[in-house]
Write a protein that binds this ligand. Sequence first.
Ligand code: ZN
Length: 130
Amino acid sequence: MLATRDGSPFDCGRCGPKDRVQRNCANSLGLSDAAKAVFRYTEGVAEELKAKGAPKVFSLRGLRLYECPLSFITWETREIVRAVYLMEGGRMFFSGGWGDQSAWLVEAFEIFRAENAAFRKDIADGEKAG
Ligand SMILES: [Zn+2]
């Protein structure tokens, strides 16, 4: 089954039929969680990717996806990212102040800030290195 949601641009229905195979949309290859998103290749993951003939679909800062990002990143994750962007602009997701926000949302915001700082540092270090 393809990942779809009404009106969402994050829909493998927009990946062409040939792309759906090449991009492993909705993990049709049946890769394990460890093989779908890889930071470090273990022997087992490397063997699994080779055995199933899985092509790398997307890479970003050391993360390699072997599944289409449109189906890999869940609707729930996208909703959290949206909430975090809203909060970064100074608005609260739930009514009230920081103390009124859910613990999971505050944690997501902290993770976003840490990842964002690491990303900016990578870019700055890259510019220094030339
Ligand atoms: Zn797709």
